[in-house]
Structure formats: structure tokens, C-alpha cells
Write a protein that binds this ligand. Structure first.
Ligand SMILES: Cc1ncc(C[n+]2csc(CCOP(=O)(O)OP(=O)(O)O)c2C)c(N)n1
Ligand code: SF4
Length: 292
């Protein structure tokens, strides 16, 4: 019998040892973590074959609370550790949860190269558009004009579009949603986990304390209502020009394609192993689709 949401959280959270958690009331990071756990449950993977890693930040705290093989590493280095683990043991299912600063600020170079390499890791990026843990400094995704502790009169730079950056850098599965769209979030994370290559799910996330308060949102509810209003499905956004797309949150799957996966290519071309090699979702192994 399938577990309820509550059972799934109890199955995977280190609730007896590590709680209470550090996240503010209304922060979307817990919503994203819950969706990750339900998606992992749906894959049928055992706790022992999952590696859950992060860098540093409020988002980076997530692995502390979950009962997989976990790594809480250095700011911006989540993908370097994840890459090392996947390279050493391609059978492991490696999931990395990062904040926007972790992923495309200090870790930006690692991010584009993980995309280019197309290594079979799932990157779940909580884009709350600010450096949360350190008190609200401008990040590479803070919108133009938004206030931050390091941008007292408003940000004067253009933000990165993380999902578009991932597509341009070569990631073979790229999707985006928001902390309002919880069911879509869970489905997209599941599809990313099932995808044999570097998969990215960017989640525009409400951070009421570090972004909302400074930018005059009354509460987290107002923030997620705005996400709902700004969201547009990727198919409906197809005819839009650059500026119009940038004024909305384009949601759904932006890229999904077959492409050579790094651990398989390495096994075949460097180690001389047979094409059926030992990458994460190799033929003959259990895939999420089979276990669903
Ligand atoms: C090398 C290094 N530089 C800076 C810091 C300080 N620091 C810790 S968390 C953080 C920002 C986190 O922002 P983000 O990655 O967006 O995650 P969030 O807290 O918003 O979830 C910074 C700058 C650090 N720990 N290590
Ligand atoms: S400081 Fe910001 S990102 Fe961190 S838990 Fe609070 S609301 Fe969330």
C-alpha cells in the first residue's frame, strides 16, 4: 500500500535527531524538500542508494534533515562533491539541493560545467532570489530594482535566468516551477530523477524573511500569490519575445533530450567497459518507471 504524505516524511526525515529545523515560518525551502522526498519515494529507490548533497545556505541545510547518505559541503561546492561521488560509484542516485547563490553565484562555474558534462545528477535549485542565510545580500538572480542589504536603492544588474542558463550550458533535462505549484514541483522532480543525465529543476521560492520583508510583501501568502499570477506554461510562452518572457515565470519542461551521459562515456571510452556499463539508470537496473 502506498504511503501517505505524512508517512513519507516520517520515513525520510531525521525528525527525532535533527529537529527543530532552522527555516523561518512561511519559507518555501521545506515545501521543496517535501516534494523531493515524495518524488524519491515514487522512484522506489532505497535510502542506501540515494546520496543527498548540498553546499551551504538555508537551502544547503536540507541534507541535515534527511535519512539518506548525506553531504553538507562548502558554499558553492555541492556539485563538485556530487560529481566525485557519481564518478566513483555511478550506481548511486545523486541529488543535490542548492540555493541560487550556491548554484549560480559562488558555484556558477561548477554548475555550467556539470551541465556541459551531462553527468547523471539531479540538481534541485531553490531560487529565492537572495542570499538567505547571511541576511539578504543581492544574489545573481535578484530581480532588477529589488532591494537587498547590498543594494539599498535597488539592484542595478540583470538577473540570471537559471533554467535558460542550464539549457544553454548543455543540461539534458531542465524544468522550472514555483513554490506555489506544489504538485507540478513533485512531478518535475520525479521526471528529473528518472532522467539519465544532468537534470535541473529550478523552483522560484518564497523567502518571506530575507526577501519578502525587505521588498514590502506583507507575508509569504502574498509572495506565492504573485508566483501564481506570474507563472505561464512554457507552451503558452512560446511566441513571446525575450522581455515578455523575462517579465513572467515560465514553468514546465524547458529541455528534455537524449544526450551522452558522462559516467557511461567515461566507462566506455576511458575504462574500455561494455556499453551496458554501470551508470545510475543503466538498462537492466531498476528505473523509476519500473518501480512506480
Ligand atoms: C566560501 C564562502 N563564502 C561565503 C560564505 C557565506 N555564506 C554562507 S551562506 C551564503 C549565501 C547563501 O545563499 P544561497 O546559496 O542563495 O542560499 P539560501 O541561504 O538563500 O538558501 C553565503 C554568502 C561561506 N559560507 N563560504
Ligand atoms: S532566512 Fe530566508 S531563506 Fe532562510 S529560512 Fe528564512 S525565509 Fe527562508
Amino acid at each position: 500500500m502506498a504511503l501517505t504524505n505524512r508517512d513519507i516524511l516520517h520515513k525520510y526525515l531525521r525528525h527525532n535527531k535533527r529537529f527543530p529545523h532552522i527555516w523561518c515560518p512561511g519559507c518555501g525551502i521545506g515545501i521543496v524538500l517535501g516534494a523531493c522526498l515524495r518524488a524519491i519515494y515514487d522512484t522506489g529507490w532505497s535510502k542506501d542508494e540515494v546520496v543527498f548533497s548540498s553546499g551551504i545556505g538555508c537551502t544547503g541545510r536540507a541534507p541535515v534533515y534527511v535519512d539518506f547518505n548525506t553531504l553538507h559541503t562548502a558554499h558553492g561546492r555541492a556539485l563538485t562533491f556530487a560529481t566525485g561521488i557519481k564518478a566513483a560509484n555511478p550506481k548511486l542516485k545523486v541529488v543535490t539541493m542548492m540555493g541560487d547563490g550556491d548554484a549560480v553565484g559562488i558555484g556558477g562555474n561548477h554548475f555550467i560545467h556539470a551541465c556541459r558534462r551531462n553527468i547523471d545528477i539531479t540538481a534541485v535549485i531553490v531560487n529565492n532570489m537572495i542570499y538567505g542565510m547571511t541576511g539578504g545580500q543581492q544574489s545573481p538572480t535578484t530581480p532588477r530594482g529589488a532591494l537587498a542589504s547590498t543594494a539599498r536603492t535597488g539592484v542595478v544588474e540583470q538577473p540570471f535566468d537559471i533554467a535558460e542558463l542550464a539549457v544553454a550550458s548543455g543540461a539534458s533535462f531542465v524544468a522550472r516551477t514555483t513554490s506555489y505549484h506544489v504538485h507540478q514541483m513533485e512531478k518535475l522532480i520525479y521526471r528529473a530523477l528518472a532522467h539519465p543525465g544532468f537534470s535541473v529543476v529550478e523552483i522560484i521560492t518564497a523567502a518571506p524573511t530575507c526577501f519578502g520583508r525587505r521588498n514590502k510583501y506583507s507575508d509569504a501568502v502574498e509572495m506565492v500569490k504573485e508566483q501564481k499570477a506570474m507563472a505561464i506554461d512554457v507552451k503558452k510562452a512560446e511566441g513571446m519575445g525575450f522581455d515578455e518572457r523575462r517579465s513572467r515565470i515560465v514553468t514546465g519542461v524547458l529541455m528534455e533530450r537524449d544526450a551522452p551521459e558522462w559516467t557511461r562515456t567515461y566507462a566506455e571510452e576511458v575504462r574500455g567497459e561494455s556499453p551496458a556499463g554501470d551508470s545510475g539508470n543503466s538498462p537492466g537496473e531498476t528505473t523509476p518507471e519500473e518501480t512506480k
